[in-house]
Design a protein around this ligand. Structure first.
Ligand code: AGP
Length: 602
């Protein structure tokens, strides 16, 4: 979840790196850095916080003539956001930037330390540069040392390395994390996505996993497992907005598809094989905490509602959820043994921010779950856990909801683990389910096509009811909100068991019921609720792994042993369902009428 850039050529390198990093800042902004080698001299700079801090630090520096350069913007996974942990990481005479995770870094670090190598950071990345310099002691060339280094790394990475041992060349490798190479004349650029190099390069080569090599004056040498490789470039798109959409029609669509990968980022370094780690929280953070109160708005509120089930079930801690705009004026009773959590994608929502200030005035400990570091809510909170969803451009929130819910699930397990309210066996079952989530969020062409075809039957009618039970009730609320926001059709989320207490009066063939029917949780209960609606001739669209005879339309999801896996899979279905209806109605999906991405007014 970091951003990488590199440049080989005669142009002024600092400006190229800073400008490129600006485009990647959404991928991480807890620190940034750069290293430039020119005339056998290395210049390097690092700064914590936003890129503007690195800009300030480098304001008196300018590069001249030919040189090589690398830059990085970081989102902390191993080790806190400090200057020492910021990239580029240095050895004695080499620098490296890296995106991804080196799984075997501890073993490598140990063996290097045994040889007397000193480490200054807590990162996995630093291992790469020391390993390289260690290999270089015996290798015949810098390139051989680099390839020997790669042979020893396990995990996912994209990396760039420069060294005083070869001041004309950038060494690169891609294995599981994105990286591409841009070309313009003799200039060669590297970046983790194409937007940083649009306007600079005209041709691009998207590196494949397992490819590595080196770039020197005007020439790229590419290798893979079979040795040296020819490659051909393609024309680089010139429209940044189009490029940012990565070929999707809308940002919202892209963000739905991205959920699978961003969830891995959210879990990285937090969900380990057998335990949960939250570096953001001090060991005694929950010591005096007896209850949790969460305040949020809109989609973030739905994520909070979901988490209340998890906190009470797994952490055995009382959890109340409040809509921030209601909380502000209700004269709430707040006790100091309550942890006050705010959830916000933007970190700027006025109602949520004000609720947080009220809680702080009452002396409550505060924690925010947010997607934007340094936002007002993060700054105002005692501690923050970032969701790492990356910038979300679609006004209708998708990946922010997914990652917020994941962070809350992680947090509920963290409390369960700390307070010993869950056994290791249950913890393991939850972790196994979590590790399955990125896969369950992958969107299949078959599913998307099915929802596209189905959507034409849902463009009219007098309303939608999304229904579900337990954690699927907040998901029903969220499904209805998504549909409302972008289709402008009336939709409501309801607890399935509550329909017979009033809303069922609306049931007729023009009432569309979207029924969330997971097999791993209360299946028979929801089934009877849906049967009651079907008996009143409501049109039923069932989302379930289990075929349902009374469904007018049926979207089959996968069976799973864990409700959260079903939850996330159904979430994708409801998001795509809303998207396809809105597209058919000709609406502006990314900027729906009357809405704003960040609601900074009361
Ligand atoms: C969701 O699709 C929204 N556009 C909206 O409900 C949003 O979740 C709400 O305004 C809260 O925003 P926040 O998460 O940035 O605080």
């Amino acid at each position: 979840m970091c951003g990488i850039v590199g440049y080989v050529g005669f142009k002024e390198k600092k400006e190229i790196l800073l400008d490129s990093l600006q485009e990647l800042e959404y991928r991480g902004y807890d620190s940034a850095g750069m290293a430039v080698i020119q005339d056998d001299t290395i210049h390097h700079f690092k700064a914590i916080g936003k890129l503007s801090n690195l800009k300030d630090k480098t304001k008196d520096y300018q590069s001249q003539g030919f040189g090589i350069s690398i830059g990085h913007t970081r989102w902390a996974t191993h080790g806190k956001p400090t200057e020492l942990n910021a990239h580029p990481h240095l050895g004695d005479y080499s620098y490296v930037v890296h995106n991804g995770i080196i799984e075997n870094y501890q073993a490598l670090k140990k063996s290097l330390q045994a040889k007397g190598v000193k480490f200054v950071s807590q990162t996995d990345t630093e291992t790469i540069v020391h390993l390289f310099e260690d290999e270089h002691k015996t290798a015949d060339s810098v390139f051989e040392a680099f390839t020997q280094t790669l042979d020893k790394l396990k995990g996912a990475y994209a990396t760039l390395l420069i060294s005083k041992a070869d001041t004309q060349t950038i060494y690169f490798a891609k294995h599981g994390s994105p990286m591409l190479v841009g070309f313009e004349g003799d200039d060669i650029y590297f970046a983790s996505s194409d937007t940083p190099i649009i306007g600079k390069a005209t041709a691009v080569y998207y590196l494949e996993d397992g490819e590595y090599g080196y770039a020197s004056k005007g020439k790229l040498h590419l290798f893979d497992a079979h040795g040296k490789k020819d490659f051909s470039t393609q024309v680089l798109c010139t429209d940044k907005v189009l490029a940012q959409k990565d070929g999707y029609r809308f940002f919202m669509e892209k963000e739905i598809y991205e959920q699978s990968t961003v969830m891995s980022d959210t879990m990285m370094g937090r969900v380990l094989d057998h335990s949960i780690v939250l570096d953001e929280l001090d060991a005694d953070f929950f010591q005096d905490i007896k209850a949790i109160k969460i305040c949020a708005c809109g989609t973030s509120y739905h994520s909070a509602l979901t988490s209340a089930y998890l906190f009470e079930r797994l952490s055995k801690i009382r959890c109340d959820i409040e809509i921030a705009s209601e909380f502000r004026y209700k004269e709430p009773l707040l006790t100091p043994d309550t942890l006050f959590i705010t959830i916000s994608q933007s970190g700027e929502t006025a109602d949520t921010l004000e609720a947080l200030k009220m809680a702080k005035r009452a002396g409550l400990k505060s924690l925010s779950i947010c997607n934007v570091d340094n936002s007002s809510i993060v700054r105002e909170s005692d501690t923050a856990i970032l969701t790492r969803a990356g910038i979300e451009k679609g006004v209708a929130s998708t990946k922010a909801f997914a990652t917020q819910t994941m962070v809350l699930w992680i947090l509920s397990l963290y409390i369960g683990q700390t307070k010993k309210t869950i056994t290791q066996e249950i913890l393991q079952k939850e972790i196994d389910a979590m590790l399955h989530i990125p896969k369950s969020l992958q969107v299949s062409d078959v599913l998307h096509e099915k929802l596209h075809r189905l959507s034409k039957r849902y463009l009219h009618g007098h309303g939608f009811f999304f229904i579900g039970r337990d954690i699927f009730y907040p998901l029903a609320l969220e499904g209805a909100l998504k549909l409302k926001e972008i289709s402008y059709l009336h939709a409501e989320g309801y607890p399935a068991g509550e329909m017979k207490h009033g809303p069922i009066a609306l049931a007729d063939s023009e009432l569309f019921t979207i029924a969330l029917m997971p097999k791993s949780m209360h299946y028979e209960k929801i089934k009877s609720n849906v049967e009651e609606l079907s008996a009143r001739d409501a049109t039923i669209c069932a989302i379930s792994p289990e075929p349902f005879a009374l469904a007018d339309d049926f979207i089959q999801t996968k069976y799973s042993f864990h409700p959260m896996v079903e939850f996330f899979e159904m979430m994708v279905v409801t998001q795509l369902f809303a998207l396809e209806i809105a597209v058919r109605l000709g609406n502006d999906v990314d900027m729906p009428r009357n809405l704003a991405k960040s609601v900074t007014v009361e």
